[in-house]
Design a protein around this ligand. Structure first.
Ligand code: HEC
Length: 288
């Protein structure tokens, strides 16, 4: 029992470290905001002129954005980052925009020129197809990407090929969803914890470019992290779950997908774990 709580505390102290404004900005805001030009949303230079010296107002806007500019899409609420994180982002925005002047707007797909576009791994908060507005797109490596839905605390799907094309999204007309550049090779219909669960998203952290999600399922605290297997073959999903009772999780079999658990017993699409096993285990998803 003692060992379980130690493992858990260790995992959490990573998640609770002081927020990194630059990293949080890259993950949550850079899809729509660039330093010196309007893309989907206004530039950081414009943010500075609007919110310089008004940190509280900046945080308020980010939690509850308004419809303000005609023709712009609606900015999704960034409440999931939390006030402390938003304050760190504010400091970052003020710092990098200092003394910078705005460029005239360029035409075309800003994703094509944004240096972050090709970075792997990469985490982006963006509107995605077949997910709630709180979707998070993750490029694990050059081949594998996935969509994790913070609104439902679950993996929606994974795909193979390129990452995302933001063009339709950037244009702000018609579809405001990012387009997947590739073929979906894994989908999950429900949370492994089952349907009708009381799920609460607690936030996420990016570690070495890869996401670590935290959420609660009823009374259980869950940490779920993703990393690539390597060679474009799929991904590893690591869990740390604090539970006092044995746990059964659903990972239904799918054609073209081989799932292997390093602990517990995986049979007929159900993974059974003792509380000690649940404290730290992983599943390897080999995908076609
Ligand atoms: C999905 C795209 C998107 C993301 C992600 C996004 N924004 Fe925005 N943001 C917008 C759009 C669009 C507007 C302009 C909305 C309008 O004027 O109607 C905007 C406007 C703003 C403004 C200007 C507010 C004002 O008073 O005019 C600030 C500040 C801002 N965003 C901060 C952030 C921060 C901080 C983040 C990340 C934590 C973020 N945004 C993430 C799209 C986005």
């Amino acid at each position: 029992m003692k060992q379980i709580s130690l493992t858990f505390a260790a995992a959490f102290s990573v998640a609770a470290a002081a927020p990194d404004g630059k990293q949080l900005f890259t993950t949550n805001c850079s899809a729509c905001h660039m330093l010196d030009q309007m893309v989907v949303g206004p530039s950081l230079v414009e943010m500075r002129s609007l919110y310089g010296g008004k940190q509280d107002d900046f945080v308020k806007w980010s939690i509850a954005p308004q419809k303000k500019r005609p023709g712009a899409i609606e900015m999704p609420s960034q409440a999931h980052i939390g006030e402390e994180g938003l304050r760190a982002i504010y400091m970052h925005v003020m710092q990098v925009s200092k003394g910078v002047t705005a460029k005239k707007q360029e035409k075309g797909d800003p994703y094509a020129t944004a240096p972050t576009h090709l970075a792997r791994p990469q985490v982006q908060r963006i509107f995605m197809p077949d997910a709630s507005p709180a979707a998070i797109a993750v490029a694990l490596d050059d081949t594998n990407s996935l969509c994790w839905d913070a609104g439902n605390c679950r993996l929606r799907y994974a795909w193979k090929g390129g990452f995302i094309d933001g063009f339709s999204y950037w244009q702000g007309n018609g579809s405001s969803l990012a387009k997947i550049l590739g073929t979906v090779n894994y989908t999950e219909q429900a949370s492994p914890f089952g349907r009708d669960q009381d799920l609460k998203f607690l936030g996420y952290k990016v570690k070495d470019g890869l996401p670590v999600f935290r959420y609660q399922v009823g009374e259980k605290m869950v940490i779920e992290a993703y990393s690539p297997i390597g060679g474009g073959l799929g991904f590893v999903r690591s869990f740390a779950i604090v539970t006092t009772a044995p746990l059964v999780l659903d990972f239904p079999a799918q054609s073209g997908v081989a799932i292997v658990a390093n602990k517990g017993r995986l049979e007929g699409g159900k993974l059974t774990l003792s509380p000690a096993e649940a404290a730290a285990f992983n599943l390897t998803f080999s995908l076609k």
